[in-house]
Structure formats: C-alpha cells, structure tokens
Design a protein around this ligand. Structure first.
Ligand code: SAM
Length: 266
C-alpha cells in the first residue's frame, strides 16, 4: 500500500509523525497484530502504524481528532473492510464502544503528549475491557508510569496506574524518528491488566491519601496527612508515620485506606 505523504503538522494537536521504518517495525513486533485482534488506534495521523496493522486483517478502530487527516485516512483505507475511523477527540469519545463488543481490545497509539496522562488514567480504570495497551509516550511520563517505590519518579501516576496494570518500559525512540522532531525523548510502554481483585470501597480513601501524601512529598506522612488521618491511625495500619510518600508501596497505601474505611464504618 502506498504510504500517505506526511502532512504539515499541527502543533496544537501534538502532531509528530513517525518517519522511521525501524521504529515502526519494532512497535509492530511488540503489538503482534493477528487477524482475530480488535485494535483501537488513538491518533493514527498519517498511518505510520495503521498501514502495518491493516495488513494483518485485524479489526481496526481508529480515533483521530484532525478532520483533514480523518478525511484522508477514510479515503486511503476505503478498500479495507476491517478499518473503521471515528473523527473524534478521544477525551470526549464514548469509551462505551469498548463494551459493545464482547472482545478484549488491544489499545495502541503514538499519543499526543498533552493528553497522555489523563487518557491513561481513564483507560486503566477500564482495565476489564482490554487485554493490552501499547503507547508511545514522552520518556519522562513512561518513567513515572513504571517507577519503583523509593525512586524520584515514583508518585501519584505510578501508584494509580500500577494499582490497575502491570506496566513495562520497553524501549526508547529518539526524536530523530519523527517529523517534526519533538523537543522531548519518547519511550514505548506496555500495559497488561492486573487480575487481582481490588477492594473498591477503599478507592475514594486511597485516592485522597495519595493526593495528600504526594502534594507535599518531602514531608513525613504525619504532616502531609494530618488534615485527614491522625498519626495514631497511621501507626495502627502498621505504617511508620515518619515515612515519606515515596517510600510506601501500593499495598501499604491500601492498608492505610482500609484502616480509614474501618474507622469511618464504625
Ligand atoms: N500515529 C501517528 C504516527 O505515529 O506517526 C501520529 C502520531 S501524533 C504524535 C498524534 C496523533 O494524534 C495525531 O494524528 C493527532 O492529530 C492525533 N490527536 C491529537 N489529539 C487527539 C485527540 N484528542 N483525540 C484523537 N486524536 C488526537
């Protein structure tokens, strides 16, 4: 299939088009598209990844906000019955589509960097509907998503995402692989949903604790949580109140949230 010409990029839509065949091949190798797959591609752009995906006869649902690109893509893939495009902003798109088909989706995309974090937070919360997500992200966001406890990058994003999914940092893609070149480095990250049953009643407390703890990450938990949880309760949860936010594991935050739930429920 003839490749689309790279259009003039619209900066406000985070358009940095992949022009490096080796990087495209590496990403496709990771996605391993099969004809039985149902794939959602966010921001197909000029089709760098899409061209490779449609070959496999997998069912592709692409969501592209740029009206000009959407028109070009619909024309370009007019003969491909397994390709469907929605000209929509993914942030307003009804992700209920994921529920319409009794299938487990693969969600992929070279994401516009300005929406990557809120989008990922929405998608990890829908983890029962997908089997895998593979995204190209700003390297710094990729590092935060995959950060281990006790490291500088470990924070609210790491915890909220890792509570729902196993996330692996795959490889980097240099700025020279794009046109125009972004100012930041990029990396590929893979998400697999965690099967473990969570305790949904603690979610509200869990989220509040994480927000408070990391709003002043250099302070001890006693200080950062004092408007919400007395030091005694932190101790009763088996946690050292002198610890700092970045030194607590997800399981420890869950224990603390459970303790709060116990007390509130009494
Ligand atoms: N996938 C292409 C590639 O790898 O060359 C393009 C990637 S480019 C970084 C991001 C793409 O997402 C652009 O095509 C852009 O128009 C689209 N986009 C930006 N914001 C979007 C949004 N809110 N919803 C859907 N698509 C969006």
């Amino acid at each position: 299939m003839k490749r689309l010409t790279i259009p003039k990029a619209k900066k406000r839509l985070g358009q940095n088009f992949l022009i490096d065949d080796y990087a495209v091949a590496q990403i496709i190798q990771l996605i391993k598209p099969k004809h039985t797959d149902h794939i959602i591609e966010i921001g197909p752009g000029a089709g760098a990844l899409t061209d490779q995906l449609v070959h496999t006869k997998a069912s592709i649902t692409a969501i592209e906000v740029d009206r000009d690109l959407a028109r070009i893509l619909v024309e370009h893939y007019a003969d491909i019955p397994t390709f469907k495009l929605h000209n929509s902003d993914i942030m307003n798109f009804d992700l209920g589509i994921l529920r319409e088909q009794s299938t487990s989706w693969k969600i992929i995309g070279n994401l516009p960097y300005n929406i990557a974090t809120p989008l990922i937070m929405n998608l990890v919360a829908l983890k029962s509907l997908w089997s895998e997500m593979i995204f190209m992200l700003q390297k710094e966001v990729a590092l935060r998503l995959t950060a281990k406890v006790g490291t500088r990058s470990y924070g609210r994003l790491s915890i909220m995402a890792q509570r729902q999914a196993h996330i692996s940092y795959k490889f980097e893609v240099s700025a020279a692989s794009f046109s125009p070149q972004p100012k930041v480095e990029s990396a590929i990250v893979q998400f697999r949903p965690l099967e473990t049953k969570k305790n949904p009643e603690i979610d509200v407390y869990f989220e509040k604790i994480i927000r408070l703890a990391f709003s002043t990450r250099r302070k001890t938990l006693t200080n950062s949580l004092k408007s919400f949880i007395p030091t005694d309760v932190i101790k009763q949860a088996g946690i050292d109140p002198k610890s700092r936010a970045e030194n607590l594991t997800i399981a420890e935050y869950e224990k603390l949230a459970l303790k709060v739930l116990d007390i509130v429920g009494q």
